[in-house]
Ligand binder design. Structure first.
Ligand code: LMR
Length: 399
């Protein structure tokens, strides 16, 4: 019966996680998946999240179904976290926001909606490079993909010129995906002036923007600064869809907590868009899980707890920034002839090392360091204890 089912190759990120767990080596290090680790290489449940759970336990809540679109309060809190309190879009009720199975769920739902309803050409323009799962998700829904230049490989920096050129040349009213902060995997973001120029270009060309904001707060440690791009495009009146994830900034990975917003031009647009999103959710998973959304709501509606959380988030970012420096210094200490300046310039959870597939293969085979085939390492997995070993391995394979 199933003899004709072809084998589907393992996912480039989660496949690594499985391979890592199977490896019996005591020295193995996982720099594959983007999941924060403490300096003792332990997963981190934020104390503010524990406190929110404690408060929830005391409330003795039931386990009834959520609405199809999830918690209305959570949806609005999430959107306002991105757009800023008192934003005009919320005031005018122009955001169709639903709770999603984190960022990937938001993107899938976005893809389904756009595939069915985007008027005109349905090609999605992605940055070259981008998160591998963008390609998986949009291809799964048969949306044609194309790429705009984003990263200057030899110079290891943003290819701003190429980016502007390519986006100027795509057809008007196209769909373009941006990572508003902490670009995955390159760690290179446009600066604020560049975002302003991009928002004007988008406006001029009537582009529809797909924002995938999985790392708000993780680029600079300040969630408002990281939301600059989204808020800038909003102020220019550029229409967009927004995917949000609470996996990284609140550490809610396995709770699968996120949101999808599609902006409407009128309240009636919003009513119809929401009805379609709900129709799709009901068909796929009926309604979202409740626990993660409750945690987010508890934290965002308690000013003191919110401050605590923002401090803890900043703590994660500060640790990653400081370990970037140590990694570079250690590489230079070992006498590496490469500059490695990009390690400290890049932002967020990842470092796009520039190592090629052969070098990556040696990192894993000889040193038991698991990392992306594209040369991406999760900086969140580097600690003061393992940084020396990692630097030595990187130096060995890049000599
Ligand atoms: C990553 O890029 O490693 C994370 O976003 C986890 C994932 O879902 O791929």
């Amino acid at each position: 019966r199933w003899a004709d089912v072809p084998f589907n190759p393992p996912d480039s990120i989660f496949g690594l996680l499985e391979a890592f767990h199977k490896d019996p080596s005591p020295n193995k290090i996982n720099l594959g998946i983007g999941a924060y680790r403490t300096d003792s290489s332990q997963p981190y449940v934020l104390p503010s999240v524990r406190k929110a759970e404690e408060k929830l336990r005391k409330k003795n809540l039931n386990k009834e179904y959520s609405f199809i679109a999830g918690s209305t309060e959570f949806c609005q809190l999430s959107f306002d976290f991105a757009l800023g309190e008192d934003n005009v879009i919320s005031k005018e009720g122009l955001n169709a926001t639903v709770q999603t199975i984190s960022g990937t769920g938001a993107l899938s739902l976005m893809a389904l909606f756009l595939k069915r309803f985007y008027p005109g050409e349905k090609t999605i323009y992605l940055p070259k490079h981008t998160w591998n799962n963008h390609i998986t998700v949009f291809s799964f829904f048969n949306l044609p993909l194309d790429y705009y230049r984003y990263y200057d490989e030899p110079a290891r920096k943003l290819d701003y010129q190429g980016l502007i050129e390519d986006l100027s040349n795509i057809p008007d009213a196209s769909m373009v995906l941006f990572h508003p902060c902490a670009h995955n995997p390159t760690g290179m973001d446009p600066d604020q002036d560049q975002w302003v120029a991009l928002s004007r270009l988008a406006k001029e060309k009537d582009l529809f923007v797909l924002f995938d904001m999985a790392y708000q707060g993780f680029a600079t440690g300040d969630a408002d600064v990281d939301a600059f791009a989204v808020r800038q495009f909003a102020s220019e009146g550029v229409p967009f869809a927004l995917s949000q994830s609470w996996s990284k900034n609140m550490g809610l990975y396995g709770e699968r907590t996120g949101a999808l917003t599609i902006l409407g031009d009128s309240k009636d647009d919003v009513r119809r868009i929401l009805s379609q999103l709900k129709g799709k959710i009901r068909a796929i998973y009926s309604n979202p899980p409740i626990h993660g959304a409750r945690i987010v709501t508890e934290i965002l509606t308690d000013p003191e707890l919110k401050q605590q959380w923002l401090g803890e988030m900043k703590g994660m970012i500060d640790r990653m920034i400081s370990v970037r420096k140590v990694l570079r210094e250690s590489l230079l200490k070992y006498g590496s002839v490469h500059d490695w300046g990009h390690i400290v310039k890049q932002k967020g959870m990842f470092c796009f090392t520039g190592m090629d597939a052969k070098q990556v293969e040696r990192m894993t085979r000889e040193f038991k360091i698991y990392m992306g085939k594209d040369g991406r390492i999760s900086i969140a997995g580097v600690t003061t204890k393992n940084v020396d070993y990692i630097a030595r391995a990187m130096h060995e394979v890049t000599k």
